[in-house]
Ligand binder design. Structure first.
Ligand SMILES: [Zn+2]
Length: 631
């Protein structure tokens, strides 16, 4: 770390002499690209950006913002948010530039180029659909926010790269009001206060463009909690626009979860610091709409709903942050060349999303049973739910072909299956590994072996990894991957459940007040009439059944608030936070007559088809089950 600083100090001096054009020390190729974001000079909701490379010797250079960023598997087009793009020569005159496409500019007369200046609009303001899947907008956790009291600085939204200088270092200054709280996954190399004390410039350094994209920051009115989980320092930064939530109230949940994750992972090379950035969306027209998170090597950016209850927010944090943190294993430590030498403009995609997303999601569920955070029945129900959801997507699609063509149809619309069938693929391989090794090896031990063989700095060859895994493991694992991951043959999950003494059966599943187990919503709506009513599913939910509701009962009010199509998302979404013991009221209309419900919530159950433990399981089956769940 120390020599970064030494190199940086030296280079700044050299770049400062940029106008001495004959000096060989000022060449772009051998100097950091000096960049600055000025949050004190925001103009019309746009941040001014300066990009100052060293001297070019080529006639023309190409500068781009990313079309795609890693971990998103969709088109973002960050160049669309750039305004007033200017290239200046060493005398401050404008050079001619050509905008080649949404994300690309070429600058002729590049030998005279001193620096680039432009403004960047934020993506949160313009989002219409939460980004990602359609509409070519960034997924919110990859996006940017420019607001008086909050800045989400996913730096790839502000800073681009010269085609010829992708491996150059970057020096970055962020100038902001002194009152702002600031957290950054990039290491802070120093701060400087202005003479009047009103602004502070924070300086950062990135080894290459990848590090610009991999290290987000958040500035503004933040709530920050820092705590240790073993030897990792967790920095939880939260922005709650109305002040409803705070970092302190999530700390215990995050601590408990990450401690269990660390215990599950064991001796995996981890980072000394992990940043969690949580942006809570108010739900306005200019608020971000893509909830979820994006992983980075030492951080994650999370976007959730400000209107959630604390309980709801905690549950979302466990689901989403557990997944992001396990990305430390893959793709962050185990990945192919497509990931390692990522092309932000025309990326090629690895065939192995089953591993990057699927195995990661498998770990995010499996660690909860392994570490005793949930019971067996809850885990079996999660698996059942994944099976059901995966069957609603194309179950006969090769996972490797889907991965490689994930931006195109029909693959793009099956993307969600990487979290469902992908996780189940992880389960099947895990069970096979444990069976073949008498419980000594597992999906996790395999990932650790791969991580030792490859690791953060050494990618595997995309086309070879399945053969390598086969050689490292057992013919049955190779056969499974060939048939059900490369091949398009649907998996018969019962074969795997039999190995661990599980059978299909009926079970009472705990549910909430919106579902009757699974994805069975107890409400339905009539767009034409603008009404929301109970669906026949409501009778399968023990609480609603006990209240005597009937299918077709129109819901007029919930806890005294009129329910309309316009606020349904918010009101029904709010019911996720309803808890046993809480008093609720509901005004219904049945055949034109009013019906009032006034009740204390009792725990809701639904009867559903699931997986249960076989009473007649053999000792071998039980032993394998124990190895799988607790081994
Ligand atoms: Zn993921």
């Amino acid at each position: 770390m120390k020599n970064y600083l030494a190199i940086l100090g030296l280079s700044i001096v050299l770049v400062g002499c940029g106008s001495v054009k004959s000096n060989v020390n000022d060449l772009a190729i051998s100097n950091p690209i000096v960049t600055a974001l000025d949050l004190t000079a925001v103009n019309n909701d746009r941040v001014p950006v300066t990009i100052n490379p060293g001297r070019f010797t080529t006639e023309t250079v190409t500068y781009r913002l990313p079309r795609v960023v890693q971990g998103t598997y969709s088109v973002s087009d960050f160049g669309k948010y750039v305004d007033d793009f200017k290239a200046l020569d060493y005398d401050g005159n404008e050079l001619a530039t050509t905008k080649v496409d949404d994300n690309t500019w070429t600058i002729a007369d590049a030998t005279k180029l001193d620096k680039l200046q432009y403004y960047v609009n934020d993506t949160f303001d313009i989002e219409t659909n939460g980004g990602g899947m359609q509409g070519e907008q960034p997924f919110s956790p990859a996006g940017t926010n420019i607001e008086e009291d909050n800045y989400v600085l996913n730096l790839h939204g502000f800073i681009g790269y010269f085609d010829s200088l992708k491996n150059n270092q970057y020096a970055l200054d962020v100038i902001a009001p002194a009152t702002f709280v600031r957290t950054s996954a990039l290491e802070n190399k120093g701060i400087k206060s202005s003479a009047d004390g009103k602004t502070i410039t924070s300086s950062y350094f990135a080894q290459r463009y990848f590090d610009i994209t991999d290290n987000p920051m958040m500035y503004g009115k933040l709530d920050v909690e820092e705590f240790m989980v073993g030897d990792i320092k967790i920095v939880l930064s939260l922005y709650s626009p109305t002040g409803k939530h705070n970092a302190a109230s999530l700390k215990e949940t995050v601590y408990k979860m990450m401690e269990a994750q660390k215990s599950y992972l064991g001796d995996v090379n981890s980072t000394p610091r992990y940043d969690i950035y949580v942006y809570l969306s108010k739900g306005d027209a200019t608020s971000p709409k893509g909830f979820g998170a994006l992983e980075h090597h030492t951080s994650t950016v999370v976007v959730f709903d400000e209107n959630s209850s604390l309980e709801g927010l905690k549950a979302s944090m466990i689901d989403v942050v557990a997944h992001e943190f396990f990305h430390i294993v893959t793709p962050l430590s185990v990945h192919s060349e497509d990931v390692h030498y990522f092309d932000y403009n025309k990326p090629t995609f690895s065939k192995h999303l089953w591993m990057y997303e699927g195995v990661t999601e498998y770990f995010a569920q499996h660690f909860q049973i392994h570490e005793g955070l949930i019971d067996n029945t809850t885990y079996y129900n999660t698996l059942m739910s994944e099976i059901n959801t995966s069957k609603r997507l194309d179950d006969a699609m090769s996972f490797t072909i889907m991965s490689e063509h994930i931006l195109d149809e029909p693959y793009a619309s099956n993307y969600y299956n990487v979290y469902m069938k992908g996780a189940l693929i992880g389960m099947c391989v895990d069970i096979l590994m444990r069976k073949e090794s008498d419980g000594n090896r597992s999906m996790l031990s395999l990932m650790k072996e791969l991580s030792a063989k490859y690791g953060k700095e050494k990618p595997f060859v995309d086309d070879n990894i399945i053969a390598e895994i086969t050689a490292m493991t057992y013919p049955s694992v190779g056969e499974f991957l060939k048939t059900h991951v490369e091949g398009d043959v649907p998996i018969n999950y019962n074969e795997f459940f039999t190995m661990v003494g599980l059978v299909n059966g009926e079970t009472e599943v705990e549910t909430n007040y919106i579902f009757a187990g699974e994805q069975n919503v107890v409400f339905d709506g009539d767009q034409a009439k603008g009404t929301i009513f109970f669906s026949p599913m409501a009778l399968k939910n023990s609480f609603w059944k006990s209240q005597g509701v009937l299918a077709g009962d129109v819901i007029k009010k919930v806890n005294g608030t009129d329910l309309t199509m316009a606020n349904a998302q918010q009101i029904i979404g709010g019911m996720f936070g309803w808890k046993e013991g809480q008093e609720i009221t509901m005004s219904l209309e049945r055949n034109g007559e009013p019906v009032e419900i006034k009740a204390t919530l009792t725990k809701a159950y639904a009867t559903s088809e699931s997986i249960v433990e076989d009473d007649n399981a053999t000792e071998d089956q039980k032993a394998l089950r124990a190895a799988w769940l607790k081994g």
